[in-house]
Write a protein of this length. Structure first.
Length: 404
């Protein structure tokens, strides 16, 4: 059966293949499965990179949030430029998709673009260019981005197969620049080349964005009905993917057109715009907690106060352990919540504890019944309470996935 045993490097190359050919769900699941078996840090970073990329593209934001702190930790230790650049890319994604903060996201995208260009990592330039244009609401100096987009596109055409995702990404970034600069002829010429690629359908995010860019051209050419049709189709996709900022842009454009040609639709669009505005400001809107919104607010407030005291202890360089407990059974959860230690009870049968090592008694660990799981984090210098929170959930996510 040795023929079925493959090396870690082969596994990573398979993940690269899955990601580049648009098999994102399989890439995500395979990454989660093989990660616990990999101990070399460069390999860990490579797997985490594909895992987080796939999670963000699939709008699987909890997975991205859980695993991102681990990637940050590994990337900061090994100091490989490509992982440092991806860290900035993911930082941007994290702020826009998890926290709804476009300004912070743009800061990281712009920094990442500068670092990638300096390090001559041209294949990743399109990623930063795309997101800078999309989340800046077109308030960007396109003439500075266009030469980099053209360079990345030219280089992408000389890559060996299978590099579909890189070629498509480079083409979309260049189309973003052409659309923003009003270069219609160049746009249409490149659009034709991209549209005939059979692999484009494997990348719904890019296909949808191509439709949005085409709709803008149609609008400018006076084909309003066709433009609205494409925008509506794209809006449905962005709504499903929880891309609230991009959805908001489309809704405003649809409203502008509707005011002139379909005034009866304006009121409905106003209601949708108001709802989407609200969603862009909800940091927790991408996480489907099975609790009411007012309970969620109280929980977030409790975590904030709990973490204030932890940040003070971290600032004083105290030594302690940060524990996250999860109980599958309600009766086990009640037993955990009665344990006499500084703790915070959360929804979904989770409890946070802060203890010194000598306080983690044998009695506490005997709670580790089949339905109870612990993630224990030893804080490192420079960490914040929020980072501990994410790392504990990442570790718990490992434990629960390896159990399945």
């Amino acid at each position: 059966m040795l023929a079925h045993v493959i090396s870690n490097e082969d596994s990573i190359q398979h993940l690269v293949y899955l990601k580049q050919t648009g098999q994102l769900e399989e890439c995500l699941q395979q990454s989660i499965l093989i990660l616990p078996q990999i101990y070399e840090e460069n390999q860990q970073a490579a797997v985490l990179c594909k895992l987080i990329e796939s999670a963000f593209e699939l709008a699987r934001f909890p997975e991205a949030a859980y695993y991102f702190p681990l990637f940050e930790r590994v990337a900061s230790r090994i100091k490989n430029p490509i992982f440092s650049i991806h860290r900035l890319l993911f930082k941007g994604h994290f702020h826009i998709q998890i926290h709804g903060d476009a300004a912070a996201a743009l800061t990281f995208y712009q920094e990442g673009l500068a670092v990638a260009f300096e390090e001559k990592e041209y294949s990743i330039l399109p990623e930063f260019i795309k997101y800078i244009i999309r989340y800046s609401w077109n308030e960007v100096e396109v003439n500075k981005l266009l030469p980099m987009a053209e360079l990345a596109y030219i280089l992408s055409q000389h890559m060996e197969t299978p590099k579909e995702s890189l070629r498509i990404s480079a083409a979309i970034a260049l189309l973003e620049c052409y659309s923003l600069a009003g270069n219609v002829k160049q746009f249409e010429k490149l659009e034709k080349r991209l549209s005939i690629l059979p692999s484009l359908s494997n990348f719904p995010n890019e296909l949808t964005r191509l439709q949005v860019l085409r709709a803008k051209i149609l609008r400018d050419q006076g084909y309003y009905a066709q433009a609205l049709c494409l925008m509506k189709r794209s809006s449905l996709y962005y709504e499903r993917q929880q891309e609230h900022y991009l959805l908001l842009q489309l809704l405003y454009t649809q409203k502008q057109l509707s005011m002139e040609f379909m005034p009866d639709r304006v009121a409905a669009l106003d209601r949708k715009i108001e709802k989407t505005h609200w969603l862009t400001k909800q940091a927790s809107s991408h996480f489907n907690h099975s609790i009411k919104k007012e309970e969620s607010y109280r929980e977030e407030t409790a975590i904030f106060h709990f973490h204030q005291s932890i940040d003070e202890r971290l600032g004083n360089e105290e030594k302690f352990l940060y524990l996250l407990a999860f109980a599958e059974e309600r009766t086990y959860f009640q037993a955990l919540s009665q344990f006499p230690a500084p703790s915070l009870v959360l929804s979904e049968n989770r409890i946070l504890y802060v203890m010194k090592e000598n306080e983690v008694s044998a009695d506490f660990l005997t709670c580790n019944l089949p339905g109870i799981f612990f993630a224990v984090i030893q804080p490192q210098k420079g960490q914040t309470a929020l980072e501990l929170f994410h790392e504990a959930h990442a570790k718990m996510y490992y434990i629960l996935h390896s159990k399945k």
